[in-house]
Design a protein around this ligand. Structure first.
Ligand SMILES: [Zn+2]
Length: 403
């Protein structure tokens, strides 16, 4: 264990930690949470099986609602309906949520807090991009004045990373476009704050856009029974900052590096980068921190309408065609990946072969040298001068080769 310090409330102190230590601390916190969750064994948790079976004893065991009354079967039915809607709202066949989708479905209060547009001390304004673990951006977000924490770690995993990597070019303008598309595209999200844990991780699990482990299957029956919103202020703020050119230049740098690398694309050691303090400062000079909730929501709804209209026009035949094309594309990607592996293996084998040949050559030359010395020594002992002996050896070799 790294021996991280705690404050009087038993909370870890993250001030002054380097990006690497900071990322480690949050790994540790996540592990400790998983551990205490296993111990709790969830007796009062609304698990999927309880939601399905609705046994009265279990329902009473859930305890009381905010208004002091017990949960009812009707409540559970409503919860089930809410869950079904959440799953339908987010296409959970592909991982991640786009930036527009995230903002459009966020609760207004979370966006206001992300924009520091509140006067109760719950707003936030500071975030630093501190590192990249393969396709996961690490963002350290200073907690609000009201919070007992000092900072949170937001993770954004860019799910379209491999496609971007395949399209890296030397054309700077094309690269900028590529990265703008990447960071606005599908990302899986995570934050260690309570809001994400108790309000939103359940929804993000159903929609297939939370970074897991952990996945959350326990229904947020008290905190968020209507399943509103998708992300905490920290995630909204971090995702918005990622839409600015400042942080994107750093992504470009890593993409170029990854496209030239000979190591495996997801080799954790080779693809993890923690930025230096001076680099973090540099990245933070260019800031675009406000989320335009109304504009993005309107734009997203227009987009959704177009998609819905298109969908309704599609015949079943069209849908099968699109489905098949999608499958083919996925297969093609898989084949390229396999081919890359095969080439890498062949290269390694050829290298091994070449080094075997070298070793054999060295052995042979050593052997010849030894033979020569033995021959000459014998001749000298028999009374020849060393020069005569060397000449005799050459004659001996020639006659051997002549045979
Ligand atoms: Zn958060």
């Amino acid at each position: 264990m790294d021996g991280f310090r705690k404050d009087d409330n038993g909370r870890y102190i993250s001030d002054g930690l380097s990006p690497k230590q900071f990322a480690r601390l949050f790994d540790q916190i996540q592990k400790e949470r998983a551990h205490s969750r296993r111990r709790m064994n969830g007796s009062r948790h609304l698990t999927p099986s309880l939601l399905r079976n609705k046994h009265l004893d279990d329902i009473i065991g859930l305890g009381k609602k905010k208004d002091g009354t017990f949960f009812t079967i009707e409540d559970l039915k409503q919860f089930e309906a809410n869950r079904g809607q959440a799953r339908k709202k987010f296409t959970n066949t592909q991982p991640g949520i786009t930036y527009a989708q995230l903002v459009a479905h966020s609760q207004a209060i979370d966006v206001k807090r992300a924009n520091n547009n509140v006067d109760d001390g719950s707003g936030i304004s500071n975030a630093s991009f501190i590192g990249l673990q393969h396709n996961v951006a690490l963002i350290r977000v200073a907690a609000s004045n009201r919070s007992i924490d000092s900072s949170h770690l937001v993770q954004l995993r860019f799910e379209e990373w491999d496609e971007a990597l395949e399209n890296v070019t030397n054309d700077r303008a094309a690269l900028m476009r590529l990265v703008r598309k990447l960071v606005a595209g599908r990302a899986s999200i995570n934050c260690d704050c309570g809001r994400y844990m108790y309000w939103y991780r359940y929804i993000a699990t159903a929609g297939n856009f939370t970074i897991s482990p952990p996945k959350e299957y326990v229904f947020p029956k008290i905190k968020n029974p209507n399943l509103r919103g998708v992300a905490c202020k920290h995630i909204i703020h971090a995702f918005t900052r990622m839409q600015g050119a400042g942080w994107q230049t750093r992504i470009i740098e890593s993409l170029i590096k990854a496209s030239k690398g000979h190591h495996y694309g997801d080799d954790r050691k080779k693809t993890t980068e923690y930025f230096s303090e001076s680099e973090i400062k540099q990245l933070n000079r260019n800031r675009k921190g406000k989320t335009n909730h109304a504009a993005i929501k309107a734009e997203y709804q227009r987009y959704q309408k177009r998609i819905d209209a298109l969908q309704s026009k599609l015949t079943d035949k069209d849908k099968t065609k699109i489905d098949n094309a999608r499958k083919k594309l996925a297969r093609a990607r898989q084949v390229t990946a396999q081919e890359r592996e095969r080439r890498k293996a062949a290269e390694a084998k050829a290298k091994q072969h070449a080094s075997d040949v070298e070793a054999y050559k060295r052995q042979l030359s050593d052997l010849l040298k030894m033979q020569k010395q033995l021959f000459i020594d014998a001749q000298v002992m028999a009374g020849k001068t060393p020069e005569e002996a060397a000449k005799a050896f050459e004659l001996h070799i020639k006659s051997t080769l002549g045979k």
